[in-house]
Design a protein around this ligand. Sequence first.
Ligand code: ADP
Ligand code: MG
Length: 766
Amino acid sequence: MNRSWRAALTVFLFCLAGLLGGGILWLAGSPESASWLWMAGGIPALIDLLRRTWGALRRREAGVDVLALISIAGALLMQQALTASVIAAMLASGRLLESFAERRAGREMSALLGRAPRSARCYRNGALVEVPLDEIVPGDRLLIRRGEIIAADGTTITEHAVLDESALTGEALPVTYRNGDPVRSGSVNAGDAFEMVATATVANSTFSGIVKLVEAAQRSKAPAARLADRYALWFVPLALGMSGAAWLFSGDPLRALAVVVVATPCPLILAVPVAVVSAISRCAQRGILVKGGGALEALASARNLFFDKTGTLTGGQARLIRIDRTGAASRIDDTELLRLTASLEQMSHHVIAGAVVAAARARSIPLGVPDEVSEIPGSGVSGTLDGQRLMVGTYDYVTREAAVPGAVRELLDRTAVEGTAAVLVAVDGRYAGTLLLADALRTEAPRALRLLRKTGVRRIVMLTGDRREVAETIAIGLNIDEVLAGQTPADKLAAITAARESGPTVMVGDGVNDAPALAAATVGVAMGARGATASAEAAGIVLLADRLDRLAEALHIAHQARRIALQSVFAGMGFSLLAMLAAAFGFLAPLYGALVQEAIDVAVIINALRVLRIRPLRAARHRLAAADVERLRAEHQRLAPVLDHLDTAIGRLASMHPHEALPALTALDTLLQAQLLPHESADDRDVYPAIAGLLGGDDPMAAMSHSHREIFRLHRSFSAGIARLKTQPADTALLHDLQRSLHALDAILRLHFAQEEEIYQSVSED
Ligand code: ADP
Ligand code: MG
């Protein structure tokens, strides 16, 4: 890419030198030598043109370059050295602008590559040593100093780490990680030095995966000239016909030359590629990796959109709610079951597997290293640990080897309506229990889907390997046209293949099980880049930022880029046609024709470069600072334990003796009063007025304030219930009332938090 830029610059400077040198000689009174210099200056441009035309012919592409070739050759034959020189300069400057745009696009991506670390600091035998990257193995303890780039994926073992992930995600704001959180290679340590344990080799880490993707993207040249070639089919004959006619009727070959000169279709050759590379560069700035013009073109024409569920529509940061061992044949307790399961799940890239491992880490359970691991994507994993054979995954998967009691089916049906992910576990061929995880919809998902509809998507389908009940719970309110559940990777592939018959189809997925479908779609979109994954390799677009709304943004950029490219092409061609007419009727001499054409080219290319400035998709006009949004979200995260406490209390209340209930409920009440209520008051008092100002309108937060009032009302009735329970501790009806108000409180709080986060996000800046 750099070489092509340097070559284009050299050719252009050569032309310019010839042009200027010739001009000086001409002024000095030696037109003969001036002509020679003008012609000599054009030679590199001519060679470049011949090379490109030859290449196009060999690829059997209709070349528009042929007009440029004819005009230079014609000018030389007619001894119009100055004209030939100006045409050559025009071609060279066009190429220069094109490679400028390419270089810009390349720079966004190469910025990523240039940052690759070369070695890492690692503890070996208790001492901190510098080791080459390929010697890092999973389990190594690494020290990352401030400003250093993380070399391998891993988990932090320091209380606090602040990472700048902007190169990966386009997200300017540093992200805070806590002890045990997974971190990705390629991020920069923006805070104090911290320690981490590598979970992958450098070659298998996220950053290496992205580098490979970027290199592949840079190799695959955009097929952007296709559009130009379609027009060439009628434009080239038209220009030649007009030129011939002008010659015939006027008897003046110079007119014919003038027509071909102004027909030289630089806008066609250049506007589209410039728009495409600019769009790819714009996407890269937003954490969207586009692997070539083809993917972008497909995105702009997308009509069908297929989404995977787990990890794509849901965040994949599922929270372990509880472990159910009803009917379990094996006598393993919760902690041991979580240890075994999480140890095995370390080997899987599935998002639910990641959530299980995180749950074990959060409980400080030390994990083992399993053997003989094998995974069936979208079903589960098996392996051995401490001499026990483990099987972890879906109902269908585990029932292959273990008898699962009927109660489990009921459990799955009951929890499915809450969208809960269930992970079944069998140990030594006997059912041992089920891990229930709440996998919530991504906060940005509803907004992203609305934006996608707005950008012209007609049909949205959910495609999931999960059960229908869970899938439908997640789909509620998303305005999804169709839900296809229980899909194996092969089913997903078949669905995509079928959809392609009805129009350009986009598949969005995250897992290995989506890879075939991603590859089969008109364009596949992979969510995030965790590790060097198959899905990111199969996809045409990777959302490094791991946010669904970036897909809407990519679509928006693709549409705008296409619009601007077409605008450039049509305006450029229109002007060229006018100039051709003028030339045919003798109003434009070849030399001036070349100058006019140069002006049109520059205007058209500058217009195409506008793609670099496409503004992100937005609803509101004003913005909340990203740091504020982060703070508000962090506050909700801080309150997550309170909600968990509420959940547990509800669960336990059902089986509790009335006498035990009072202390538990009083403790809960204290917690709510100390943490939750002050938060809600502060929101209503300080945050909402500010948000209302951003949203505009009369009182846009009225509905949200209403739920504050409802939360306070429910809490009051709960407190009042507790007070009464103190005097009549055995009143079961009262206990039921209390349970009901807790249920209501729980439901409203979860909804309320989600709504708030969505509002904050919708008014946030980047
Ligand atoms: P989706 O298509 O919605 O992304 P998948 O096809 O990836 O879902 O997975 C389908 C189901 O299989 C999920 O509900 C998940 O719980 C289960 N599953 C797949 N792989 C694993 C694993 N390694 N560990 C636990 N559960 C798994
Ligand atoms: Mg998935």
